[in-house]
Design a protein around this ligand. Structure first.
Ligand code: NI
Length: 276
């Protein structure tokens, strides 16, 4: 077992990995903000985050195939790798946006935990700017119940919160330099605070999965084959964009967001009592 895989298995996370040069990371952050601001990009259900960046951005499509990330994911998941999602998490300067304690796999409709999230810092990520916190080893216990809060400042879709009390002394701060990445397990408890700095806090999450995973909630689901083979065919394969924001890539992006939105809000009633 590699050092990365061993730490991931024991602790539920591993960092830092050196992925991009700092200048390249900062440039990618600016570029993704620009692409997200384009009015043709669908924002369905995403609470200000930019989901499925790799579907409409060439640079994001390259990053999800970065050898350092693929080697790390392969050491944990094996030689066949799909990318299920990628999300640019943005916290504007002095933004109150936060992420409550949660386990990622709780709401995605996927049927097992063969998933690794890589979180790549596209700017300085510190405690003051709202870096993630992890609870070491928390991926090993039973899944924790989550409560939907729908808090407006909570960046999670349903404002979901793990129903647990966490002692800050039991947590690890995930501070990263631009271009560094962390890995975390889909059942690791994690959270992040507001941004108290004058700069943006930007990070891109890439979700690697093993092809045997299945979508158990949504009627259909999508992925990109980034290494090895897909011998299962559980996901519709999405092509890399030929150009940023091409018509074809925008159509894929709309279709995927619609399907994901249906899965994320499965069975949820909003404040007016209608199913959203
Ligand atoms: Ni998360």
């Amino acid at each position: 077992m590699t050092d990365v895989a061993e730490r991931f298995t024991t602790d539920g996370y591993c960092f830092p990995l050196e992925v991009l040069a700092p200048d390249a990371a900062l440039a990618l952050g600016d570029e993704l903000l620009r692409i997200h601001a384009d009015e043709r990009v669908s924002t369905l259900g995403n609470k200000g985050q930019f989901n499925y960046t790799h579907v409409v951005s060439r640079a994001a499509a390259d990053l999800i195939r970065h050898p350092t990330l693929l080697d790390a994911a392969e050491s944990i998941l094996g030689p066949d790798l799909l990318v299920w999602g990628s999300t640019l998490f943005t916290k504007a300067p002095h933004s109150e946006s936060y992420v409550s304690w949660h386990q990622d796999l709780q709401y995605w409709g996927l049927d097992s935990d063969a998933e690794v999230a890589a979180w790549i810092a596209l700017g300085p990520v510190t405690e003051a700017s709202g870096c993630m916190r992890f609870v070491p080893g928390s991926h090993l216990g039973d899944p924790v119940a989550h409560i939907d809060t729908f808090d407006a400042d909570n960046a999670l879709t349903r404002g979901q919160e793990a129903d647990v009390v966490i002692d800050p002394d039991d947590t690890v701060l995930v501070e990263l330099e631009p271009g560094q990445a962390s890995l975390h397990h889909g059942r690791l408890l994690h959270a992040s605070g507001p941004n108290r700095t004058d700069g943006w806090r930007l990070g891109l999450t890439v979700n690697y999965i093993a092809p045997h995973m299945r979508q158990a909630v949504a009627a259909t689901d999508f992925a990109v084959l980034v290494r090895g083979e897909d011998r299962f065919g559980h996901f519709e394969h999405v092509p890399a964009p030929e150009a940023d924001l091409s018509d074809e890539s925008l159509a894929w992006h709309r279709r995927i967001l619609k399907a994901q939105n249906d899965a994320m809000y499965e069975g949820v009633e909003d404040a007016e009592g209608k199913v959203v």
